[in-house]
Design a protein around this ligand. Structure first.
Ligand SMILES: Nc1ncnc2c1ncn2[C@@H]1O[C@H](COP(=O)(O)OP(=O)(O)OP(=O)(O)O)[C@@H](O)[C@H]1O
Ligand SMILES: [Mg+2]
Length: 325
């Protein structure tokens, strides 16, 4: 049996907007195993970012985590991350569990050198005693993320670096404290294709080097096939299928997963619209009853409108939430 590092149960996040309550994710459950790369995929707006952010309570107003449990297995034993107070979760976030976000411009502060920003990430978690000591270590981190001439680069401001280099710095901040779990939310979307490949390669190398677990959010199924061990497919705020990469790609069960795989002739394109599945992702203020996919599903039956399908294990480690099974 693989050992879980995260057990997410019934995670539910709502956004209380003027237009109504956006049911962004609803009773999302999955396990992440120690040392694996776990991919979250699905169309735009299906809840991938909200899910990953909610793991460490990174949901801002008007959003609220209304239900759920996120058991994080530390060496000392499991802790429910959703039960920690702000100070306790801050100790873990950016430290044991770190994020790499999509947009390096938003992740870096233009007013500080990259060395300072890496140093600060270490200092707030007590990994170095001073910014000065942190900047010395930042040189090694820049080297680890394959930025050439790191002694000089450490003194650069973000605007002095290319987009690809900035994203390497963001990854450097992510790994600065040697996290157990690295959550990469579309880490390469803002970059051009050749740089994308290099950055993914780098994340993989760092994962091996630091023995980290990676949660990779991407709309790029080519990347999933190449780098992930297991995949969770999300639709309209629910997980519809989970399995190994091989199970998902060779034997997709959910009609949505099948459509997703058919719809992406070019795996590098963003999943905005699925030609193979008519219709669009529903409004999450009034999501469809029963299975949220039923209005678009070619196999929909009466029960699909009435009953929310539970995730069921169909073959070893391969789960699907669909009334066909
Ligand atoms: N601050 C917010 N206020 C209201 N609704 C929000 C907010 N943030 C997210 N949502 C809603 O939550 C749902 C899930 O959004 P999320 O950003 O997780 O999607 P995603 O799968 O990451 O999409 P993408 O591929 O475009 O990044 C969407 O319906 C979105 O509109
Ligand atoms: Mg997102």
């Amino acid at each position: 049996m693989p050992e879980s590092i995260l057990q997410v149960r019934n995670l539910t996040v709502h956004f209380y907007t003027y237009a109504g309550i956006v049911r962004a994710i609803e009773k999302v459950s999955f396990d992440v195993y120690k040392g694996e790369t776990f991919a979250l995929v699905g169309e735009t707006g299906c809840g991938k970012s909200v899910t990953s952010r909610a793991l460490t309570q990174l949901i801002e107003s008007p959003g609220r985590i209304v239900e759920g449990e996120v058991l994080y297995y530390r060496d000392e034993g499991p802790v429910d991350l959703l039960k920690l107070d702000e100070e306790q979760i801050r100790e873990i976030r950016g430290n044991e569990i770190a994020y790499i976000f999509q947009d390096p411009h938003a992740s870096l502060d233009p007013l500080y050198t990259v060395g300072y920003q890496i140093a600060e990430a270490m200092e707030v978690h007590g990994k170095v005693k001073s910014i000065k000591e942190g900047i010395k270590k930042a040189v090694d981190i820049l080297r680890a993320v394959l930025i050439p001439d790191s002694e000089r680069r450490v003194k650069n401001y973000p605007h002095e670096l290319s987009g690809g280099m900035k994203q390497r710095v963001v990854i450097g901040i992510g790994i600065a404290n040697n996290p157990k779990i690295l959550i990469a939310d579309e880490p390469t979307t803002a970059l051009d294709v050749t740089v994308q490949a290099q950055i993914l390669d780098l994340i993989n190398q760092l994962k091996e080097k630091y023995k980290a677990t990676v949660i990779l959010i991407t709309h790029n199924l080519g990347v999933v096939a190449e780098t992930a061990d297991r995949v969770a497919v999300m639709y309209a705020g629910k997980i519809v299928e989970i399995g190994s990469v091989e199970q998902i790609f060779k034997n997709p069960l959910h009609p949505y997963t099948k459509g997703l795989l058919k719809a992406v002739p070019n795996p590098m394109t963003k999943i905005e619209r699925l030609e193979a599945i008519p219709g669009t992702v529903p409004n999450l203020i009034t999501p469809p009853s029963g299975c949220r996919f039923h209005p678009r599903c070619p196999f929909a039956m009466d029960i699909c409108k009435q009953k929310i399908p539970e995730l069921k294990e169909i073959e070893d480690g391969h789960f699907v939430a669909c009334h066909l099974y």
